[in-house]
Design a protein around this ligand. Structure first.
Ligand code: NAP
Ligand code: SF4
Length: 666
């Protein structure tokens, strides 16, 4: 019997029989916007080949005004059918089914001609939308139907109509954004009319076997959004209009509450899908922060939904379904909800990838074929760069020895995992541990690499992945001589140091934010427990303001706002938590000295003392590559990756990518 009996119980969606209850949910990766759609086809086919039975494309708009941005894809003309046919053929050939998502961005579009039910600008988009006329609305319904018809011609098994996250259909549904006084606004019946008309007319036009999924906002998380009763009524009317299945959307993009980031506990929102259970006869799909088969199984076993949707976990591991199905869940490369290489990349106009799996969405650029001649490779350092290189190279057939001076693998990840919300890093370390074993890497923990043991090992190549060391701050008294308590960020995150109430943090980068978060919410269960999370963000309950645990001042020399390097989709969450804890941030400072009464600085030429019991140095890092010169002198072929190569702006994404890329080159 399967470890996940509910997950692998077949289900019928419309007239479609599916062997499991996992949906690869829609996620815009940028591959949709590349002409020809060859890469999109390869990306989806790779997931279908590994047991993913049903997937949804990223959003395609039904007309030009509905586009997400200037360069974003629409599907509004027959000449686009052959490109889409490439995608559907590839997926069907690999044994999967695929739906096309139709999305109209409404006032969330980033281009000159955006429209909305009313001329009200979104808080996350400065541009004022044009109010749609009745003729525009009629035309838009026809455009949705045409898009669905084109999708059917292109071989899709159905469509998902995007009716959540604050896009056009939600903008009509919610009084927040719909101030119309004609037949498309005012009362609830009028506001949901557009969504229902689209479903009705699409149902009437397409074949009965063509699946219509609707992504319903089961929780808006904004003022003047839909009420729970309205959400149920809409679900029932969508079913009556011809929907085969309802997927769940959580929160509008303008909602001031995290919905998919690391700050959200796993499966935190499935109860909102459950609220519709029993009210409709069609299958319901739960979504958001479901990232392991265990979590998915629990959602289904508890009756919260009939299926579960996950999107990012399929970037992290295309083999998710097959591994869960075949009893190898421990081999799954788990999505850690960082958004760093997927959403944050897409937001800056790059094709998405995945921090833990750099080949995601770049399948055609990564060749995992065995080398012509296997060689003996030594890797120095079992941080994530060294680990990624070791398992990639060994997986291809090289004989790999991994030296690590510490008594455990993981390097800086062992510290980062202690930061609130980063506990998912444990999954990455579990994944690497299993892969080291599976690929037969000879792991030498507690063993520093030296030129002599590297020489004795008769290695063909040495990979230096020895990571970084914290950069000391050059401030008078920083070595503690003036009586102040000074700690490095590593000592703090290790968790054994006594920290005073008043804290000054030197530095305003990612680690300084992490350290502040750790001090303020380190043992807070709002990152892991759903009730505590709701309490913390005021979801359905009033937020209780608590006294901050520390009085924190962060300082940096560079002028301007701190945390500019934080991710676009997650930085605001860090900032919000620090703000509610009254963290003070001072930029453009000059350091003078550190003394027993605190940190003496100058701001705009004026002296200031930051009273602090503890000063924590988060001043960036420097490469640790002491072995480099000795190895060069010994004429050993050396490759350097990760922090040992370049510490400035090092992040885990680059470290893992460099590890994998070198593992493929060797
Ligand atoms: P960082 O982002 O480069 O920030 C280093 C900070 O130290 C800066 O604020 C800098 O400010 C200060 N600094 C540099 N040299 C200094 C010196 N000699 N004396 C005093 N202050 C000095 O480095 P990090 O915070 O260590 O982060 C390392 C990498 O990990 C970054 O790429 C970061 O983005 C990534 N990371 C990201 C996250 C996240 O996104 N949540 C979390 C952790 C780490 P001034 O030079 O202006 O004083
Ligand atoms: Fe998940 Fe991070 Fe990969 Fe995105 S980049 S898929 S959030 S692990």
């Amino acid at each position: 019997m399967s470890t996940y009996p509910n997950l692998f119980t077949p289900i019928t969606v419309g007239k479609m029989e599916l062997p499991n209850r996992l949906l690869m949910g829609s996620m815009h990766t940028g591959l949709e916007d590349i002409a020809g759609l060859e890469r999109l086809a390869t990306y989806f086919a790779a997931r279908a080949a590994e047991g993913c039975a049903l997937m949804v494309t990223g959003g395609f708009s039904p007309n030009a005004t509905g586009r997400l941005s200037d360069g974003a894809a629409s599907f509004d003309h027959e000449f686009q059918v052959p490109g889409h046919r490439r995608v559907t053929d590839a997926v069907h050939h690999a044994g999967g089914r695929i739906l096309l998502q139709i999305i109209h961005a409404g006032r969330y579009g980033y281009h000159a001609d955006i429209v909305a039910p009313s001329a009200l600008a979104a808080p996350i988009n400065k541009q004022m939308p044009r109010e749609m006329t009745e003729a525009d609305i009629e035309e838009t319904i026809e455009d949705f139907v045409r898009c669905a018809a084109l999708a059917q011609d292109a071989g899709y098994d159905g469509v998902e109509i995007m009716g959540s996250e604050g896009y056009l259909l939600t903008q009509f549904i919610a009084a927040r954004t719909n101030a119309r006084d004609d037949g498309w606004g005012g009362n609830f019946e009028n506001r949901i009319r557009l969504a229902l008309e689209i479903v009705r007319r699409t149902r009437a036009f397409v074949d009965s076997a063509f699946v219509i999924m609707f992504r319903l906002s089961v929780l808006d998380l904004v003022e003047n959004g839909s009420s729970p009763d309205e959400i149920v009524m809409l679900a029932q009317q969508l079913e009556a209009a011809g929907c085969d299945v309802l997927n769940s959307g959580i929160g509008w993009h303008e909602a001031p509450v995290p919905t998919i980031a690391q700050a959200v506990p796993r499966a935190a929102f499935t109860s909102y899908t459950k609220a519709i259970k029993g009210m409709v006869g069609i299958p319901l799909i739960a979504s958001n922060r479901i990232n392991t088969p265990d979590v998915a199984e629990k959602v289904l076993a508890s009756g919260d939904a009939d299926m579960v949707s996950m999107a990012r976990p399929f970037l992290a591991d295309p083999g998710f379904v097959a591994k869960a199905r075949d009893g190898h869940a421990e081999e799954i490369n788990t999505c850690i909800a960082c958004n760093q290489a997927c959403l944050d990349r897409y937001f800056v106009g790059r094709v998405s990838s995945c921090l833990v799996n750099p080949s995601a969405c770049h399948e055609t650029e990564f060749d995992f074929a065995p080398p012509a001649l296997p060689s003996r490779i030594a890797i120095v350092g079992a941080g994530v760069a060294g680990l990624a290189c070791a398992v990639t190279a060994a997986g291809r057939g090289h004989d790999v020895t991994l030296f690590e001076a510490a008594d455990r693998i993981g390097g800086q990840f062992n510290l980062a995992r202690r930061v609130p919300g980063k506990y998912e890093f444990d999954e990455t370390l579990r994944y690497f541990r299993v892969q080291l074993e599976k690929t037969g890497v000879d792991v030498r923990l507690g063993q520093s690499a030296t030129t002599s043991n590297l020489d004795d090992g008769n290695f063909d190549a040495v990979v230096l992945a020895s990571g970084v060391a914290p950069r000391p701050a050059d401030i008078d008294g920083i070595d503690g001589i003036n009586g102040a308590q000074v700690l490095g960020y590593m000592e703090v995150l290790e968790g054994n140091a006594e920290i005073g109430r008043r804290v000054a943090i030197i530095g305003g980068g990612g680690i300084a934010f992490d350290v502040a978060l750790y001090l303020l919410e380190g043992d807070d269960d709002s990152f892991t427990d759903t009730d505590a999370f709701r309490q913390s963000w005021g979801i359905g309950v009033a937020r209780e303001e608590a006294q901050p645990r520390h009085e924190i001042t962060m300082v940096q020399r560079t002028p301007g706002p701190m945390g500019r390097g934080l991710g676009k989709s997650t930085g605001w969450i860090h900032r919000a938590i620090l703000k509610r804890n009254q963290v003070r941030q001072l930029s453009g400072v000059t350091y003078r000295r550190l003394a027993v009464d605190g940190l003496h600085i100058e701001v705009d030429g004026a002296p200031m003392t930051i009273a602090a019991d503890t000063v924590i140095v988060c001043a960036g890092q420097e490469p640790r590559n002491e072995l480099m010169a000795a190895l060069a002198a010994a004429e050993m072929p050396v490759h350097t990756i990760g922090g040992a190569l370049k510490a400035g702006e090092l992040d885990a994404e680059r470290a893992i990518r460099e590890g994998v890329e070198l593992g493929l080159k060797l």
